[in-house]
Every structure is written in structure tokens, then in C-alpha cells.
Design a protein around this ligand. Sequence first.
Ligand SMILES: *[C@@H]1O[C@H](CO)[C@@H](O)[C@H](O)[C@H]1NC(C)=O
Ligand SMILES: *[C@@H]1O[C@H](CO)[C@@H](O)[C@H](O)[C@H]1NC(C)=O
Ligand SMILES: *[C@@H]1O[C@H](CO)[C@@H](O)[C@H](O)[C@H]1NC(C)=O
Length: 417
Amino acid sequence: MVTFFLLVLLFILHLLLLNPFLAMCQIGREGEWCLLHSSIGISSMHMQLLHNNKVVMFDRTDFGPSNLSLAYGHCWYDPSDNVLKNDCTAHSLLYDIGTKTFRPLMVETDTWCSSGAVLLDGTLVQTGGYNDDDHVVRTLAPCNDDSCDWVEFPGYLSERRWYATNQRLPDGRIIIIGGRRQFNYEFYPRKSESSPSFWLEFLRETRDDDENNLYPFVHLLPDGNLFIFANTRAISLDYKQNRVVREFPSITTNDPRNYSRSGLSVLLPIDENEPIEAEVMVCGGAPRGAFSRAKQGIFDAASRSCRCIKVTDENPSWAMEDMSMPRVMGDMILLPTGDVVIINGAESGTTSWEIGQNPVTRPVIYKPHEVEDIRFSVMSLVTRPRMYHSSAVLLTDGRALVGGSNPHPYYNFTGVQ
Ligand SMILES: *[C@@H]1O[C@H](CO)[C@@H](O)[C@H](O)[C@H]1NC(C)=O
Ligand SMILES: *[C@@H]1O[C@H](CO)[C@@H](O)[C@H](O)[C@H]1NC(C)=O
Ligand SMILES: *[C@@H]1O[C@H](CO)[C@@H](O)[C@H](O)[C@H]1NC(C)=O
């Protein structure tokens, strides 16, 4: 009896102290899900946490009218928008974690499949995008009132950047790598009016049949060089001298990550003890030919394999492990504990409009320091699919925020998968 009351008391304390949102949550031993909003009017294709505990969310400007209006009287006109030239709806918003409220932001250029990174002062720099907006740089500086909004710099980039990858560098600059049919990289801020871009033959060599090499995986290594993974190959790049320092063994041929945008990668947390060891993990993705087969209605099972490589080893090789289930188009989140959550995505098909199938409704957690058999475990079920164009970020209190998913080329709120 005493134990029972103690448990009840502990539970109430937990309610009061630990989680003010618990009332809306499904509790489970493998984590809990809380639905914050059933709709925010746009689809969070991209999300970035800012240092003042607000999250900027955005999708694309040529989806048609969203279900979130801009402030009264605010509209914008884009003659090259294929769907809606005069638009008074928002395609971006700023979400306040503390109050669970949001306000629309005004982004006029198309952020579809753009890429970003955050400067040392906390400003989000978002680069490239679709159509005639693929040379745009946009910034969003955090503010604690309602004054901040996107500031856009058309024509800033030297090359078009659609599906590029960005990484902040130790000197505070941002490197922007690749993108559709771009086998080169450039930096933000640029040095002068015409900033050069630097050729990277590796990106050309790893392109697919359609000359694509989308969203390569990029990690900053402890020695200051960049790990870049594309297709089945990986290198370490000295971007200061535009020199490939070394090429790692390629991931074996039975599970290529051609559509690098559909597999996942993370640099595992680095222990400060000498010698410094850095390990990169690459998981999931779609098998060779999955895209063309999916277009014919045949949806291949996604890959369930994960591979890890200790990039600081003299002769590194890829170690193989299996996730608890296959996954394509997922997201990876590093937790403060050093564990990795693998979340969102599909079990079959691949990345593109309408061709992902069988949503993976359970995240898995990967504990790098556990023994092999229990490194992966399955977390709580969620009922909402999060597939193509979904996103996930870690919040400052250790929760993961997930959003988005729109496999359709418009905002269709009802009557679609
Ligand atoms: C993957 O890349 C190889 C070589 O670059 C190419 O032959 C193959 O068709 C690609 N697969 C897909 C699904 O694009
Ligand atoms: C989705 O939206 C588009 C554009 O508004 C429309 O043409 C299409 O018919 C919609 N599809 C469905 C299934 O509602
Ligand atoms: C659109 O927004 C309104 C509130 O502004 C809400 O009542 C409605 O349910 C939303 N529709 C959809 C389909 O999300």
C-alpha cells in the first residue's frame, strides 16, 4: 500500500515537474508522443531550431495556397510561380516551443529542397532552392519579439544550388557543397561580388545516370577536413586547398546509397580522450534501381543496414549492423546522451512524389556504447506517417520535434494518401 502511494506521488511529481505537456501525450516505456497541433497550415519540409528556443519551419512557395494566411494586407507576386502568381498565404512560420504558438513568416523565393546552416551569431542562412530562385541566399536572425522575418538576397550564389549540403566551418563560414548537376562547392559569405566556386571531381564521379548527386552527406572531422559521402564512396576533403586528402573504402556494392537524400548519416559523438576517434554512420536508403521500379508501381523494400566507419583509423573499414527495420527518407537525431534516434520515413519505395510506401511508424534508438545485440531498440508507435518532405529536430529539453510529410506536389489537405 505504501509503495502504491509512493508510486502515485512520484507520478504526480513527474507530471508537475518534468513534463508540462504530459496530459496530451501517449505514454509508453519506449518513449512518448505528444501531438502539439493537428495542422499548422503548412508542411514542415525544413525545420531549424534557433538559439532562442524557436523553430523556423518552411516548405515551398509553389505548392499553391497554404492553410496559413500572411498578416492582413500582405501578399506577394511571383510571375514565374507555376501554381499561384499572387499569393497571400504563408509558406514559412516561426514556432515558439515555450508557448506552443506560431506566426507566419514571409518567404518570397522558392525554398524547395534548399539547404542551410546556422552562423555563430545564431542567424540561419538558407541557400538555393528551385526554379529561378536557385541562386538566392536567405537569412533569418532570431528575435524575441515579432520583428524578425526572412531577408532575401537574390543572385548571391555563384552556382545554382538545388539539393546541396551545407556545413558550418571552424572559422565561422559556411561551405555549400554540390546540388543538382553541380560538381563544385562555394562559401558564405562570399569574398567579393563574384565569389569563385571550386570544382570537386569526386562529385562528378559519383553522380547517377541522370547527372544527379543530391544532398551528399558531409561531416566536419576533428582534423578540420570534411568527410563527404556520395553514392557508395567517401572522401576526406581539405577545402582550404581544394585537395582530396584520402579516399575511404567504398561501402560494398550490394547496398549503394545512390539517392543519398534517402539514406541517413551521422557523425557519432566524439570522446575528448586521446587519441581522438571519429566514427561516421550511414543507414538505410533505397536499393539500386528503386526509383525507376517505383515509377512502374513496384516498391522495393528499403535497406535495413547500417554501416559505421572509424575515419580516424589508419586502415578503416565499414562495419555492418542491421536496424530493426528497413527505412528510406528517415531522419537521424543525436540525443544529449550520445544515442541516435532514427525516425520518420518509409519501408518501401523511394524518394519522390507519391512513390514512398508503408510508412515506418516506429523510431529506433541506437546506443553506440551498448553491446551489439541491444544497440538497436524499437520505440513507441505513432499513428501519423512522416514520409517525403518530413523533418525532425532535437529540442533543448531533449525532446525530438517532428513535422511535415507531403508526398504530393500541392497542398492537398483531404482525399489523398
Ligand atoms: C547508382 O549509380 C550507378 C553508378 O553511378 C548507376 O549505374 C546506377 O544506375 C545508379 N542507380 C540508381 C538507382 O540511380
Ligand atoms: C490536389 O490539389 C491539386 C491542386 O489544387 C488538384 O489539382 C488535385 O486534384 C488535388 N488532388 C486531390 C486528390 O484532391
Ligand atoms: C485550416 O485552418 C483553419 C483555421 O484557420 C482550420 O479550422 C482548418 O481545420 C484548417 N484546415 C485544414 C485542412 O487543416
